[in-house]
Write a new protein. Structure first.
Lengths: 326, 291
């Protein structure tokens, strides 16, 4: 599975030394170029998006980050409602997805019989394969009405005095966005956690079991502490996914630039304001400000992603397992 | 390792420990059930709502004026085929070559760095990729275009295919390469004529997986391909795509739009699931199915 055997490499370098050929150097140049293209794309993404948002950066200044007003007509651009909406929905969804996702991962690795673990794992991967816009469609016509009737209305009636459940239960809003995001973040968290937990050496479990631990105790004292940093990485990867998720959230969150604690309230996220308003942006400054939000989103997800990958790699690379389809 | 010290071994509370164990097992199983419910619900509704509306007219006719019954999403079907096809054509060679570099040429540390970059690229929000293609193609060309959409999709497919190529090449035994060298075949020719064919099935299914993934992408197309009510094959013009059309119809006010959105979703979901299941089967047969 890992790299080529040392012998193969040695033979190859010998061949390369003794028989310099144009074909070889050409091919090497070609594949190197392709790899550099990956690097160039990442750099290009940052450079192009940054340069397109220059006008916005110049006009909006640093106050862009905490401005609460988004008024394109009067050229007032504050991104706080979108940053807030993104953080609120992504973190809430992440907490839910972690609870379920790590549970699923533990079940798959530690408890489920092989015959069940295979199909179950596959179904969770399929969850990640369904297009975002289909989740959005389902969210609008199935989830939101259901939430309104069976979750939001009872919550509002019982706990409406809490700031989290104030407002009107209409289905479309922060809660629907959180639920849809949870579903979409879950496969990421579950797949990475599963790899990390599977990479925990069997001796960890055996030692605990040999001391008389129950299965759960073996998981708690033997497996979880060992997998902790990898599970954290899984969570951060999930966060990056949640922060960048666009379509499904745009379709169910209500798209109102308000800052509200209430899950019944409508909201807006960084990704959804770009998706929603970009083609309607009438002035260059408006468009540039939207791209500035995109730049913010890009930088945040790049950092979050890099951190998560490093964390996960440290755990799984030693065991040589990497999820292909996640 | 450190944890063993916190473990309290049998005692009077054995019954309670067993009860905790049972409860936690049930909870973990419950998590698995909760996780698959959304999948089943989404599939169920897409099937129930989409199947009655799915017919030939949907796939072959252009949209009619808003609110009128009838019409179809033909421009979106054609557009998705063209842009996904072109995106795959642009992205796949780069991805496969990059995969070859990682596995066959880069060596330990270099491979790690490029793999890391590929993973980072895979994690970039697709809406940001859309903005990139907007700045790179739409602004210089002066108009929204299918080409811009295809380039955005190409950027998205690259990390998917590069990663799978890397993995699939790793499954080809080193002895195969050595046998070729022993016959005096240079390394590059060995890779192209011996190693790549050996990994071809895996790589092709990886490409299919990437195709399924970019076929469902909406966000990168909004301000690149933009959408179009008429069938067009011109790469310099705005072009429609199934996910774009689903978005517009789902958020629009008309029942006929909603029905067509469900039907179009059924087509998309079927495509994605078929490709994913196919990939799964092939990968398992090749011994990498654990993922």
């Amino acid at each position: 599975m890992t790299a080529l055997s040392a012998d193969t490499g040695r033979i190859r370098s010998l061949l390369a030394q003794h028989r310099p050929r144009h074909g070889e150097s050409l091919f090497r140049a070609l594949v190197t170029l392709a790899s550099l293209t990956v690097l160039a794309i990442i750099a290009g993404l940052v450079v192009v998006i940054a340069s397109e948002s220059m006008q916005g950066i110049a006009h909006n200044g640093i106050g862009f980050l905490w401005g609460r007003t988004w008024d394109p007509v009067h050229n007032v651009f504050g991104a706080l409602p979108f940053i807030y909406g993104t953080l609120l929905t992504a973190f809430t969804a992440l907490i839910l997805a972690m609870l379920i996702g790590v549970g699923v991962a533990l079940f798959l690795v530690e408890l489920a019989p092989r015959r069940l673990a295979g199909p179950l794992g596959f179904m969770i991967e399929m969850l990640a394969a369904i297009p975002s816009v289909v989740y959005g469609l389902w969210g609008i016509f199935v989830l939101a009405p259901w939430l309104r009737q069976f979750v939001e209305t009872p919550l509002h009636d019982a706990l409406g005095w809490l700031p989290f459940f104030s407002g009107y239960p209409i289905g479309i809003g922060n809660l629907a966005a959180v639920v849809v995001l949870t579903i979409m973040v879950l496969p990421t968290v579950a797949a990475v956690s599963r790899d990390v937990i599977a990479a925990v050496p069997g001796s960890q479990r055996e030692a605990a079991l040999a001391l008389g631990a129950t299965r759960w105790e073996a998981i708690r004292v033997g497996v979880l502490p060992y997998a902790r940093s990898g599970i954290l990485g899984a969570g951060i990867l999930g966060l990056a996914r949640g922060v960048g998720e666009t379509m499904a959230v745009t379709m169910v969150i209500g798209n109102a630039p308000t800052i509200s604690l209430s899950f019944l309230s409508q909201g807006y996220t960084m990704a959804s304001v770009i998706a929603n308003e970009f083609t309607e942006a009438t002035t260059d400054l408006y468009r540039s400000s939207l791209i500035e939000i995109g730049l913010l989103l890009l930088v945040v997800t790049l950092l979050v992603n890099a951190a998560a990958r490093l964390l996960v790699w440290r755990v799984t690379y030693t065991a040589g397992s990497r999820s292909l389809l996640s | 390792m450190t944890a063993a010290t916190t473990l309290r071994i049998p005692g009077r509370n054995l019954r309670r420990r067993r009860a905790t164990d049972r409860i936690m097992r049930v909870l973990l199983g419950l998590a698995a059930v909760v996780a698959v419910i959304p999948l089943l619900l989404v599939l169920l509704y897409v099937l129930l709502q989409g199947l009655p509306a799915l017919n030939l007219a949907l796939l072959t006719q252009s949209p009619v004026p808003a609110g009128f019954p009838g019409g179809g999403v033909a421009p979106a079907v054609v557009g998705t085929l063209i842009m996904v096809g072109l995106g795959t054509l642009i992205g796949t060679p780069v991805a496969v070559l990059a995969g070859i570099y990682i596995r066959e040429y880069a060596g330990g540390r270099g491979a790690t760095v490029i793999r890391f970059l590929v993973d980072v690229l895979a994690g970039i929000p697709t809406i940001a990729v859309g903005l990139f293609a907007y700045g790179l193609v739409v602004i210089p060309m002066g108009s929204f275009s299918a080409l811009a959409g295809a380039i955005a999709l190409a950027v998205i497919i690259i990390p998917i295919v590069a990663r799978i190529t890397d993995e699939m090449l790793g499954l080809v035994p080193g002895s195969v390469r050595e046998a070729a060298y022993a016959l005096g075949i240079p390394p590059w020719k060995t890779i192209v004529r011996v190693v790549l064919p050996g990994a071809a099935t895996g790589i092709v299914t990886g490409i299919l997986l990437g195709v399924a993934r970019i076929a469902g992408e909406t966000a990168p197309l909004i301000f690149t391909a933009l959408g179009n009510q008429r069938v067009t094959t011109s790469l310099g013009e705005p072009m429609d795509a199934l996910p774009l059309r689903i978005w517009v119809y789902a958020t629009g006010p008309y029942d006929s739009w909603h029905t067509q959105a469900w039907a179009a979703s059924l087509v998309l979901v079927f495509l994605v699931l078929a490709f994913s299941i196919l990939t799964r089967l092939v990968l398992r047969r090749r011994g990498a199915g654990r993922a």
